[in-house]
Write a protein of this length. Structure first.
Ligand code: C5P
Length: 227
């Protein structure tokens, strides 16, 4: 079996990471959640006081990029890697609503993208990996052998995210989540650098009405045809 790169891009809360984790496990591949990296940089900016009234103070953040150390550390109990920011596990903090509200502004910054894309290309250099994000099939690995582009209606995605955050004990409102999902879609799709868009050779996958198992089977079959 040959090792390939699997790029999974798409809108927020389309279930990219669930699917990517399942695929990585089945194929014994590494899984990389690139959204976690943008979220960790955002958490750093918030903790450093570079975010005020939902606006990012770009210059000090860019000046601090060398002081932001990001690492994925594999957690054998969970079966996937967790994000560490400057030596501390930040998995929980990076998934909260305040981070979700600021992350798309941080992800618009050219030098932030340059740093993170460079790291992602190094992590994926040996193939045998499933990476999910917004620009994996278009920018990070334009030569990926399998590219999936996931979509679903904003309402379906907001319901999923709402349940997920409630399960984690966050006090959230459905309307806020729907607004956040739509806002991020807009910023991510319209930014000047590496906007979210389907690569020409990606397989589009609308999972509004598909269960997890069905989704997994269909994409796994695509992978088996290539490897
Ligand atoms: O995937 P997730 O929803 O955690 O991503 C959070 C945000 O990070 C996205 O809304 C987007 O602004 C940014 N992102 C990006 N490029 C990626 C992954 C995430 O711009 N490859």
């Amino acid at each position: 079996m040959k090792k390939i790169t699997i790029a999974i891009d798409g809108f927020s809360s389309t279930g990219k990471s669930t699917l990517a984790k399942q695929l990585a496990k089945k194929l014994h591949y590494i899984y990389v959640d690139t959204g976690a990296m943008y979220r960790a940089v955002t958490l750093f900016a918030m903790r450093a006081g570079f975010v005020e009234n939902s606006k990012i103070d770009k210059i000090p953040l860019i000046d601090s990029l060398d002081a932001i150390d990001l690492k994925f550390v594999f957690n054998a109990d969970l079966g996937f890697a967790e994000m560490f920011l400057n030596g501390k596990n930040v998995e929980k903090e990076i998934r909260t609503m305040p981070v979700s509200k600021n992350v798309s502004q941080v992800a618009e910054l050219e030098l932030v993208r340059k740093k993170l894309v460079g790291m992602q290309q190094i992590m994926g250099a040996d193939k045998g990996m499933v990476m999910d994000g917004r620009d994996i099939g278009t920018v990070v690995f334009p030569d990926a052998e399998l590219k999936i582009f996931m979509t679903a209606s904003p309402e379906k995605r907001a319901v999923r995210r709402y349940k997920e955050l409630l399960d984690r004990g966050e006090d959230v409102k459905y309307a806020d989540i729907l607004e956040n999902v739509q806002k991020r879609d807009y910023i991510d799709s319209n930014r000047a650098i590496s906007p979210l868009k389907k690569a020409d050779d990606a397989i589009e996958f609308d999972n509004s009405d598909l269960g997890l198992e069905d989704q997994f089977q269909r994409i796994y079959e695509h992978a088996l045809r290539i490897i």
